[in-house]
Design a protein around this ligand. Sequence first.
Ligand code: PEP
Ligand code: MN
Length: 338
Amino acid sequence: MIVVMNKRASAQNIAEVISRVEADGYQAHLSEGDERTIIGLVGESPTPLREDNYQSMLGVEKVMRVTVPYKLASREYHPQPTLVGLNGSKVGENKVLMIAGPCSVESREQIIEIACAMKEAGATALRGGAFKPRSSPYSFQGHGEEGLKWLAEARERSGLPIVTEVMDPGLVEMVCEYADVLQIGARNMQNFTLLHAVGESQHTVLLKRGLANTMEELLMSAEYIMSHGNQRVMLCERGIRTFEKYTRNTFDINAIPVLKARSHLPVIADPSHAVGYSEYVTSVALAAVAAGADGLIVEVHPDPAKALSDGRQTLNYDQFRDMVARVQKVAEAIGRSA
Ligand code: PEP
Ligand code: MN
């Protein structure tokens, strides 16, 4: 249930509603908009919720049942878009976020070189995995903490904030020391212990949709993170598994407008993992931006054929520069910038 306060509600009115919520055994989550404050009732309590009890309180405009199982992540509860701060810019605002870099951090020299090239080419953040979720235990698993140190050095040299994956709840604290954004990979979207740990971290999280998960399940995973106190969540559509074999996954373009309508969180598109072939990445990136994505995360490497992971879907520098130029045109066409 949510309690929508009216425009003239005083701080005292809001405090009284919060006390009532707590006395009823629920947690009160505040969403303060420019115009009005919304108080969400979350959690379980033996006290049944009665709309009437709240409706008659001073300063209350209306009381509504939230019809979706995710509350904190829903648009109903938080009508204004959430803007996630990142290195001085706000994701979810007009400018399209451009996260670029290799699938894996391969060496110190490699990541520093790519970081500077990405900055030069117009990227707004650097990606690179130090802990890699590989389908085969025999494939390159990443350089671990050493890779994180190289990423931190790449940030110093390029000024780009770092997006990197964390796979283990026990390593969240360590990854937070180096990263600006914690990526939860598709395979871990429903690793609830991990979601709990990043929820307590207060670090910005890029939550990727699982290979076979619905949008509702993605939003429930966002709710896990948010219910542990971290509201800095970005959703990521990275393709889902279908019967189609000519691409690695199928990019669900529907997810962009639907997630934006259902949730106030920024939505990022990953065309690289969605299609799996570099020659299609730019087309899917353009479609995602046209559909309203707040950002892109794209794999780039100076020599994709030599990449230690995901080379087939990775753009080279020229292809990335061409993508950026075309994304800028699409962004401008829909009243945004990139
Ligand atoms: C990645 O970003 O390199 C990655 C492994 O992504 P996903 O979890 O979407 O497969
Ligand atoms: Mn990858």
